[in-house]
Design a protein around this ligand. Structure first.
Ligand SMILES: O=P(O)(O)OC[C@H]1O[C@](O)(CO)[C@@H](O)[C@@H]1O
Length: 280
């Protein structure tokens, strides 16, 4: 695993945007980068930065093929702005040149209500496009990733899940809606689905994720803390802002800062330093 520590949310967002762009540049013209994308505060500024770069014609995301990592089920229509597809439109798609036909998601409004088939077809769809090149996501304070709550099988695939009570309470307060109207179910990529991606980028922002970062850097894999599973991924990057390091030991923080400095000095490219050495 690699670890990158940044001062604040802004520089973390910039790092995440640059990470995605650097992978996009490894593709030949006309070749797609398959990415699994989340919604939420953690990635909101990163998406805005991508929008700014597309507007300034510094980059194009036309070769991005997107798969959403999760969707809410049973969300009342009056709260449409909280549905992932709408959120992604408002925060990313309306600002960049990703083509609508290259956006894929688990449909929470499937007409026949057969969400099991929806999830199986989604897994098949990803495979039909090869595999995921990059998946990135934030995590909850309890270590959930996408809608894989604590206790989820580390081998799980896309499926219907139940949201934890704590998650629903947080959503109720964040959206300012009654708890009774917060969905109890979601559709989500499984941990195994996310894990199959060639590159994984996990972002931690703010004090509320500091225990999650500690669990990933200093403790072992635990299915009651799903994000910790990504310690075992062979190409996982954990990136955090300073407040998210508050639960980590000073020694841990200094160690990873030192590694990044060395990587930059030796390879000149801290993000993909090891790949460069292999001849890229
Ligand atoms: O950044 P936010 O809004 O707190 O949301 C983080 C959540 O979003 C996801 O990235 C996507 O659902 C989850 O993995 C994570 O819990």
């Amino acid at each position: 695993m690699r670890v990158f520590l940044r001062n604040d949310y802004e520089t973390l967002s910039l790092f995440a945007a640059e990470y995605l762009i650097s992978l996009l540049k490894t593709k030949e013209p006309g070749e797609f980068l398959n990415v699994a994308l989340p919604c939420g505060y953690t990635v909101q500024r990163m998406y805005a930065i991508l929008g700014e770069k597309v507007k300034a014609k510094e980059i194009s995301l036309a070769n991005l093929r997107v798969f959403h990592i999760d969707e809410f089920l049973d969300l009342p229509k009056k709260y449409k702005e909280h549905q992932q597809i709408q959120w992604m439109h408002d925060n990313l798609y309306s600002k960049v040149d990703i083509k609508p036909e290259n956006v894929h998601y688990l449909n929470p409004e499937r007409a026949d209500g057969d969400f099991t088939t929806e999830c199986t077809s989604f897994e098949d769809l990803i495979k039909s496009h090869g595999s995921l090149d990059l998946t990135f996501f934030g995590t909850g304070a309890d270590g959930h990733v996408a809608r894989n709550e604590p206790g989820s099988s580390l081998k799980s695939e896309s499926r219907i899940t139940k949201l934890a009570y704590d998650t629903r309470v947080q959503l109720s307060s964040r959206w300012n809606i009654p708890l009774a109207e917060v969905p109890e179910r979601a559709l989500t990529m499984g941990i195994s689905t996310l894990f199959q991606s060639s590159n994984v980028l996990v972002l931690f922002t703010g004090v509320s994720r500091s225990r999650a970062l500690e669990m990933c850097l200093e403790k072992s894999v635990n299915h009651m803390f799903p994000v910790s599973a990504f310690q075992k991924h062979n190409n996982c990057t954990f990136a955090a802002d300073e407040p998210a390091t508050y639960e980590c030991r000073v020694k841990t923080v200094n160690y990873f800062k030192g590694i990044e400095k060395t990587s930059e000095e030796v390879f000149g490219d801290p993000i993909h330093g090891r790949k460069r050495r292999a001849g890229m």
